[in-house]
Ligand binder design. Sequence first.
Ligand SMILES: C[S@@+](CC[C@H](N)C(=O)[O-])C[C@H]1O[C@@H](n2cnc3c(N)ncnc32)[C@H](O)[C@@H]1O
Length: 376
Amino acid sequence: MKHEWKRIAADVLNASSRQHPADAVLREKLKVVPGLSADDARAISQAVFAAFRWHGWLDTVEPLTRLERAVEMAKVYAARPQCIADEELGTRAVPPWTTAHMAVSPAWLRAIQHEPHLWLRARAGQGTALARTLGESRASLVPALADAVKYCGVEDLFRSHEFHAGEFEIQDIASQAIALVAAPKPGQTWWDACAGSGGKTLHLSDLMHNQGLIWASDRAPWRLDQLKRRAARAGCFNYRAARWDGSTHLPTRTRFDGVLVDAPCSGLGTWQRNPHARWTTAPGDVCELAAVQLRLLTHAARAVKPGGRLVYAVCTLTREETEDVTAAFGAAHPAFAPWPHLHPWRPTQAPSSNHEFWPQDTGGGGMFVAQWRREG
Ligand SMILES: C[S@@+](CC[C@H](N)C(=O)[O-])C[C@H]1O[C@@H](n2cnc3c(N)ncnc32)[C@H](O)[C@@H]1O
């Protein structure tokens, strides 16, 4: 690693905190370095994320040396994962409080110590064509999920013609599974209640062939502005954006065929792609967010029409934010019947009303999804 790269990466390490997550600091720093090549930017990002992924081994080492050693550890681990024992991973890869909230298995720990894959979502029915365009050596299809493409190339895809033409979105494969589970139909009305910058809104719209209507809401207007830019690029027109802060005052009186609550969460499922969060998330966040999730779900449920479906998703796997939230919601809402659906990666298994997606099984982030149908 050239000296200049190390200095920039070390600045990112020093400036990152709970209030200033490393991925955001990194984006800001890279934006203002003049003449930075895509290769250099990638090397800096990889070094920063390696430093947080291997933080449990190197936390006392000063930043420049930490970066060098983390890059080296990542290389050695990628080539020979068994060089680190399960017990060592268990004590160093994640903070000790994690085991009190979720099932921490050696397989999960091993998976999150690897660099994440880059996943693309091609437009509906276009996965094969996209993989062919990007080139067989760089892009491959995943049999389990329609139109999900794994990208192994090094080009900056944000500059590609295909990206600007709206031919694909960059979206983690587990996140892609959520809209597939929701399975909206063309012509239906859906509400993406925590739409953020629209990752799942765009996917729902694509599955609906741009027909019908999606209300996309979020409490952060700047995220909805991003959604509008992304929707314009993707040629998605069947949506309406509205602010919703999660209160009882819903953005519309419409009753929907489907409501998706992709709720804010502790994000433990993102700890592979976003290793800085391992060291900034606090155990108190888990209970606090579980209460927010139950509130959002309860309020949003009112907008489901009889016979319609309610889909709850979080990118975490803590018990409080998954089974506890769904049990509490189910107990308070007898009109909502658990709605069994297939596990996208295990279609031969009996359908279930909720599923966990684990990185070691899917190659993507960790996610949880549950589904109900409103009776009557
Ligand atoms: C997991 S993210 C959504 C990601 C998005 N669905 C996607 O696929 O790109 C959760 C979103 O919930 C929003 N949020 C947080 N608290 C909220 C609240 N009280 N009411 C409504 N939205 C909220 C956040 O702004 C964030 O965009």
